[in-house]
Design a protein around this ligand. Structure first.
Ligand code: ZN
Length: 244
């Protein structure tokens, strides 16, 4: 069986990298460019970059329709994302047409909150050492990841993390000052899938870490829509041509 190409759009608000020198030094072309570089190691991923300042906030219908997996990095500009766009994303996820994969501060993004129906609030604090523990080694998102790995510096994100109980908990984060975090969780909603992964603060270097990069690759493959091809109740068709 040949691997199907997965079309990934990495959406980034792309604000910190332009407004703060210390972020630009780490991510000169944007965090989405470094994530794209990580994904480029997989020949079955076709990656596109999108950002808030582009026409239709980077996600016109034509791009959404050509996207199987939507990655999301946002922080200071969550409120600028239009409700209309959020609703389109939510409906595409529920219809099983789009996998949604927010990272780091995407826990507060409008699509994440809308899809899961919760605040996504959590506790946060200083940058410090994080140990990421592999809680579900048999899961495809954990493929190639050891029992734990260390990020020398990452912004502390900790519990309580106000999310619906995840279907699966893949990684747990331990922070040097004592906090813990459900750092990689999955959910299914409607016919679609969602995965969240916590590292990726703009002034840290998580997206250069080889294990983080492997997890990004794994998670994109996991969250891609299933290859069903029948009509989903509600009138959505995943694979045009397969049923008509
Ligand atoms: Zn952050």
């Amino acid at each position: 069986m040949e691997n199907k190409v997965i079309r990934v759009t990495i959406w980034n608000e792309f604000v910190h990298e332009r407004s703060e020198d210390y972020v630009r030094e780490i991510y000169p072309n944007g965090m989405h460019a470094v994530i794209a570089d990580a994904l480029s190691e997989c020949s079955d991923l076709k990656v596109r970059l999108a950002s808030l300042d582009e026409p239709e906030q980077g996600l016109p219908d034509a791009i959404l329709e050509e996207t199987d997996v939507l990655m999301w990095w946002g922080h200071v500009a969550h409120g600028q994302v239009s409700d209309e766009l959020v609703e389109k994303i939510r409906q595409r996820v529920y219809a099983g047409k789009l996998g949604f994969f927010p990272v780091h501060s995407g826990h507060h993004s409008k699509p994440f909150r809308a899809i899961l129906g919760t605040t996504g609030n959590l506790t946060w604090g200083d940058e410090q050492k994080e140990i990421i523990w592999n809680l579900c080694p048999s899961h495809p998102i954990a493929a190639g990841i050891p029992d734990h790995f260390v990020l020398e510096k990452e912004e502390m994100y900790g519990e309580p993390f106000y999310i619906p109980t995840p279907d699966e908990l893949i990684f747990g984060g331990w922070f040097e000052q004592g906090n813990i975090m459900r750092s990689c969780c999955t959910w299914r909603r409607g016919a679609g899938k969602i995965v969240y992964f916590q590292p990726g603060h703009e002034s840290c270097r998580a997206f250069y870490d080889p294990y983080v990069r492997r997890i990004l690759q794994n998670a994109v493959h996991w969250v891609a829509p299933a290859d069903f091809g029948y009509k989903i109740p509600g009138g959505c068709i995943h694979q045009p041509g397969a049923v008509n």
